[in-house]
Design a protein around this ligand. Structure first.
Ligand SMILES: NC(=O)c1ccc[n+]([C@@H]2O[C@H](COP(=O)([O-])OP(=O)(O)OC[C@H]3O[C@@H](n4cnc5c(N)ncnc54)[C@H](OP(=O)(O)O)[C@@H]3O)[C@@H](O)[C@H]2O)c1
Length: 320
């Protein structure tokens, strides 16, 4: 039997709080989740999750130069994981690797690479093997969105997004699973896979149609793989953030008015990373940080699809 979805949130009547600004509510519950998650994680430490990495194992994070990926790198550095940072911006990666090395006394290396380029996964695998890194955590985080009418956006750009958000996740997982397994066998400790999806995965989102579909793919792939690996020494988790204050909206080419709407429920990348990493080490199937995000994602499975799509269209299309 697969482990059923556990969300690290406290259930509350939303109605009671509807007069509170959505961002505050998400941030408040984010704080509660971070606090509770840390305490629960601490209790579980001895049995399942290493709070601190005792034997110098490595975590590889894609999209580690900014936003959520960078915040995840910091969370893992705090737990004494050595880091392998992958993204395109070489200077930023170099600076981050050196800062984290100094601040947390870990080892950090980086690879500046366009992950959507052919054979990117193979390049990463060869890099890890040639340096003999003990890979214990893989975080598939790199990704981006494109906002607009499907017909009006470039097909080439949308295909590139599909390549990065889906194919690269599958390729990298495929080539690095043997290294995760090998490390777990050698150290006798659990290895971890964290795939970053999005709350847009739980319903169709007009004007983010292709992006939302790529993230549905990530959720489905991750849940399937989790079941396949349930009796192994690799724990698989999907992290689905909602609106988060990063460069995502700029790259998605969102207008200022849509960004302002998103800001009402925005969480910080640090909150998302703290909740995500706590969930990863707890062995959760899916983590949806933030009360409003978690509540809305749950509601989509009960409400009629046409209604949910209408609401999503109302939020996103009026800003075009
Ligand atoms: N922010 C949100 O509201 C939100 C909500 C739900 C889910 N997410 C998901 O969270 C993940 C992280 O996004 P974010 O919000 O942190 O966005 P971000 O600030 O734009 O960061 C994206 C990261 O991915 C890297 N990246 C982008 N294209 C790449 C490529 N072709 N090859 C290698 N690295 C690449 C970027 O680095 P370089 O530019 O240096 O390459 C950067 O480190 C994404 O999968 C996104 O879909 C975000």
């Amino acid at each position: 039997m697969c482990k059923v979805k556990k969300c690290n949130t406290i259930e509350f009547s939303y109605c009671k709080f509807r007069f509170i600004n959505g961002s505050d509510l998400n941030k408040f519950f984010g704080f509660v989740e971070v606090f509770c998650g840390k305490n629960k994680n601490f209790k579980k430490n001895t049995t399942f999750a290493p709070q601190n990495n005792p034997i110098c194992m490595y975590a590889l994070i894609t999209g580690a130069s900014k936003g959520i990926g960078k915040a995840i790198a910091v969370e893992l550095a705090k737990r004494k994981y050595n880091l392998l940072l992958v993204a395109r911006s070489e200077e930023i990666l170099q600076k981050l690797a050196s800062e984290l090395t100094q601040q947390y006394g870990i080892k950090a290396n980086y690879l500046a690479l366009d992950l959507s380029a052919p054979k990117a996964a193979e390049t990463i695998k060869n890099w890890c093997e040639s340096k003999q890194y003990e890979l214990s955590i893989l975080v598939n985080n790199a990704g981006y969105g494109l906002w607009g009418w499907f017909e009006k956006m470039s097909l080439e750009e949308q295909r590139n997004m599909m390549q990065l958000n889906m194919n690269v996740v599958v390729d990298l997982t495929y080539v690095l699973l043997p290294l995760l397994r090998q490390c777990a066998e050698k150290t006798g400790q659990q290895s971890y896979l964290l795939n970053v999806a999005s709350t847009t995965a739980y319903q169709a989102v007009p004007t983010l149609s292709v992006y939302a579909a790529t993230k549905s793919f990530v959720v489905s792939f991750t849940r399937g793989l989790r079941c396949e690996l349930q009796n192994s020494n690799i724990s698989v988790t999907c992290l689905s953030p909602g609106a988060t204050d990063t460069e995502f909206s700029d790259r998605a080419k969102m207008t200022d008015s849509l960004k302002a709407t998103a800001q009402k429920v925005n969480m910080t990348p640090e909150q998302v990373a703290q909740i995500g990493i706590a969930g990863l080490f707890k062995g959760d199937a899916e983590v949806i940080p933030g009360f409003i995000n978690s509540f809305s994602a749950k509601m989509t499975s009960f409400a009629p699809k046409s209604l949910v799509e209408k609401i999503a269209a109302g939020i996103y299309t009026k800003h075009l």
